[in-house]
Design a binder for this molecule. Structure first.
Ligand SMILES: [Zn+2]
Ligand SMILES: [Zn+2]
Length: 288
């Protein structure tokens, strides 16, 4: 082990990951590092050549695996602000609440089990807790790793943004399913900020379609983040304290997740995902 740690990194640009990541137009993108530029196929992933029987065929180049992973990564829709986020830089040292360490462990376990079972795995994770605890950081880190290390097709969707796109689409004759299907069909999906917004009947109908389609397919895994909890704090006193501290009464302390999305969607979600509760103080507020 020591020897391995001591071995020098060959490429300072990618630290031997073979790719570099960057934020482009608000999305995280990746490209092959210069150190792996393939001379055999010139980056196309295909080699056209004559076999021993004299017939010309197209062969898949050995670099195609990386190219496939990068393509999946660039289609995943990961928001640009998470360009450098990963499980290795998720902050858990005290005074951070110990539930965050647990959330990190469970994220790692999820990846391990998913890979061990070769994707024949349908139980996702539901990250619940106040804003600023890094729920999206964890969910994004999971799909980054599944894509770049294991070549799994994953996508990220901000459901609130998707609803906006669908609404715009009506005016341009683009059907709902054109927007929804890429997400419904993907192997691993992150739904970020579930239950954000007003949750009108129309919004809940779309959400129901979304969740039900994935629920009915044993082969799909859904990772969800939400600011809403499954139970409200019992003591009224705690509520008051909370409201005094922030000066506002936010929706996530007034409603449960079930109240926001309805019992049917909620119960399906509970079957599809294991709950991961995050507690403690907002990272971003602490910085001020
Ligand atoms: Zn490199
Ligand atoms: Zn190649």
């Amino acid at each position: 082990m020591k020897q391995k740690a001591a071995s020098a990194i060959q490429c300072s640009t990618c630290r031997d990951h073979q790719y570099v990541v960057f934020n482009q137009k608000g999305k995280v993108q990746a490209e092959a590092c210069k150190c792996v530029a393939c001379e055999k196929c010139h980056g196309t992933g295909r080699i056209f050549g004559e076999d021993s029987d004299g017939i010309s065929r197209i062969r898949i180049c050995e670099c195609a695996d990386l190219a496939k992973k990068l393509k999946l990564f660039n289609n995943a829709g990961i928001p640009g602000k998470f360009v450098h986020e990963g499980l290795s830089n998720y902050e858990i040292t005290p005074p951070r609440h110990r539930s965050l360490k647990d959330a990190l462990t469970r994220s790692r376990t999820f990846i391990k089990e998913f890979v061990q079972m070769k994707g024949q795995y349908s139980q996702g994770l539901l990250f619940m807790g106040e804003p600023g605890l890094g729920k999206t950081h964890l969910a994004v880190s999971i799909i980054k790793e599944l894509i770049l290390k294991h070549g799994v097709e994953c996508k990220f969707v901000d459901f609130f943004e998707l609803l906006k796109d669908i609404r715009h689409g009506y005016g341009e004759d683009i059907s709902e399913s054109d927007f929804i299907n890429p997400y419904v069909n993907v192997k691993v999906l992150v739904i970020d900020e579930l239950a954000k917004g007003r949750n009108t009947d129309w919004e809940l109908t779309i959400l129901d379609h979304f969740i039900s389609s994935r629920y009915n397919d044993d082969n799909k895994v859904t990772l969800v983040t939400t600011n809403f909890k499954d139970q409200l704090e019992n003591e009224i006193g705690q509520h008051d304290k909370g409201n005094q501290r922030t000066g506002i009464s936010n929706a996530s302390t007034r409603y449960t997740l079930e109240e926001k999305i309805g019992p049917r969607i909620f119960s399906r979600l509970m079957e599809m995902c294991k709950k991961v509760n995050l507690q403690g103080k907002d990272f971003r507020q602490e910085q001020f």
